[in-house]
Design a protein around this ligand. Structure first.
Ligand SMILES: CCCCCCCCCCCCC/C=C/C(=O)SCCNC(=O)CCNC(=O)[C@H](O)C(C)(C)COP(=O)(O)OP(=O)(O)OC[C@H]1O[C@@H](n2cnc3c(N)ncnc32)[C@H](O)[C@@H]1OP(=O)(O)O
Length: 265
């Protein structure tokens, strides 16, 4: 079905054990983001948040492309949306919901991650990118600027000189260059991206879900506050993890020389 109609399968979900894979599915528009995609992503995340059988998420795109950014043909809808000015970012709170999701989210970037597509990557915890992929924030070439957190997350990821060069030129970089810059987690062969992202998600899923959530929560605090406040946040989470059933199970499994069976409590 032509997804330009905004049909509900604009985001497809599949499972690999404890890993949920979400695929943006608008190949006819290079997986460009529109209201239907945002609504579907929000719905899937809401379901996965409370599904204890899911321990990690992989975000990917259909047909060998991650995402070509916001749907440029939807700009009129954005202009007409009275809430855009009041929203923290265009597209609502998806970006922050993704960044603060209580389970790890890994972007599997094949082909293209442009504009809002790269902003999705930057909101994820980490990313696996194909060496030949092209990434960038070309918004300034369209007379707009990133509206999904790209100006803030790019400078935190790369530092001012490198971030400004990409942000103000709209230049694209390859997956290999992105890895060298520190824009992505890992670069792999183009045909291994999704499987490597799933493999990373599966390794994370074997760990204590509670410890993973507490570690992510503490690490994210480093992006917003002082190191003193971040260390206090880490200490609170450490003490909480030490008192958990999972920490007792991890200790017992080590002593008994067996694999732990974590419950996330
Ligand atoms: C009202 C409530 C709002 C809800 C939320 C809505 C979305 C809000 C998101 C807000 C995000 C924050 C701000 C972000 C802004 C942006 O991301 S701006 C867009 C940045 N991206 C680009 O500039 C990329 C534009 N596209 C291209 O450069 C090229 O198309 C390509 C991606 C490099 C692919 O080129 P090629 O392989 O040569 O194929 P094409 O023929 O060019 O494209 C194939 C078809 O796909 C359509 N398409 C591609 N990109 C987009 C896009 N971004 N938006 C819409 N459509 C796109 C292209 O038009 C072709 O379609 P057809 O002509 O019908 O075949």
């Amino acid at each position: 079905m032509n997804n330009r109609s905004g049909h509900d399968d604009v985001v497809r979900s599949e499972r690999r054990g404890a890993v949920a894979i979400l695929r943006i599915n608008r190949p006819e528009a290079r997986n460009a983001l529109n209201a239907a995609v945002f609504a579907a992503l929000n719905r899937h995340l809401a379901e996965l948040r409370t599904d204890d059988s899911v321990r990690a998420i992989v975000l990917a795109g259909a047909s060998g492309v991650f995402c070509a950014g916001a749907d440029i043909t939807a700009f009129d809808a954005l202009r007409a949306d009275p809430l855009i000015g009041q929203r923290r970012a265009s597209g609502g709170t998806l970006w922050a919901d993704l960044e603060n999701f209580p389970k790890p989210v890994i972007a599997a970037v094949e082909g293209l991650a442009l504009g809002g597509g790269l902003e999705l990557v930057l909101a994820c915890d980490t990313s696996i990118v194909g060496q030949g992929a092209r990434l960038g924030l070309p918004e300034v070439k369209l007379g707009v600027i990133p509206g999904g957190g790209g100006t803030q997350r790019l400078i935190r990821a790369l530092g001012k000189p490198r971030a400004m060069a990409l942000l103000l030129s709209g230049d694209l970089v390859t997956g290999t260059e992105a890895a060298t810059l520190g824009l992505v987690g890992k670069v792999v062969d183009d045909d291994e991206v999704v499987e490597q992202a799933i493999a990373l998600a599966q390794r994370i899923s074997a760990n204590s879900p509670l410890a993973v959530a507490l570690a992510k929560d503490a690490a994210l605090a480093a992006q917003t506050g002082s190191i003193a406040a971040g260390l206090e946040h880490e200490k609170r989470n450490f003490v909480y993890s030490l008192a958990s059933d999972d920490s007792h199970e991890g200790q017992a499994a080590f002593v008994a020389k067996r694999s732990p069976n974590f419950t996330g409590r």
